[in-house]
Design a protein around this ligand. Structure first.
Ligand SMILES: [Zn+2]
Length: 150
């Protein structure tokens, strides 16, 4: 018997090695799912890079909320935020996807969401923006943005 309420939540993520988009069951992220194309591991307990090209399919293809970190390599406050986001991705593995978007390499999405300063964190739910935090913020503020743990 299939119950839609207990059906596994899935997400669409790009393989960091070959770029292929994979559908991944969120209740299995700890089992280290592998890329269907190149066979290398898809590690979702840490921030995953997302690009202009894959953005819409990734955001619209996720049954769990997606937190996107808009950053750049030269941005010092972004570096301060990075370990907090690593921690969050680990703590919320299976419930939340943490993604990072390099604003220098992916200008289209950055312009579309009117990113004025970095770091900017945007929470997406069901494909739409559900909240954002601008600037380097403490972990408590990120927690408040993404909401309580399931
Ligand atoms: Zn791959």
């Amino acid at each position: 018997m299939t119950d839609v309420n207990t059906a596994a939540k899935k997400a669409t993520v790009a393989c960091p090695f070959c770029g292929t988009l994979n559908r991944v069951r969120m209740d299995r992220v700890q089992d280290r799912p592998k890329c269907g194309e190149c066979g290398r591991p898809l590690l979702l307990d840490r921030p995953v890079a997302v690009t202009d090209a894959a953005f819409d399919r990734v955001i619209n293809g996720s049954d769990v909320p997606v937190l996107v970190d808009f950053y750049a390599d030269w941005c010092k406050p972004c570096k301060i935020m990075a370990p907090l986001l690593d921690e969050l991705a680990r703590e919320r593995a299976g419930q939340l996807l943490v993604m990072k978007l390099n604003t220098d390499l992916n200008p289209n999405v950055s312009v579309r969401f009117a990113i004025g300063g970095i770091p900017t964190l945007i929470l997406f739910k069901n494909g739409g923006e559900a909240g954002r935090a601008v600037g380097a913020v403490p972990k408590s503020k990120i927690e408040a943005l993404v909401g309580p743990r399931a």
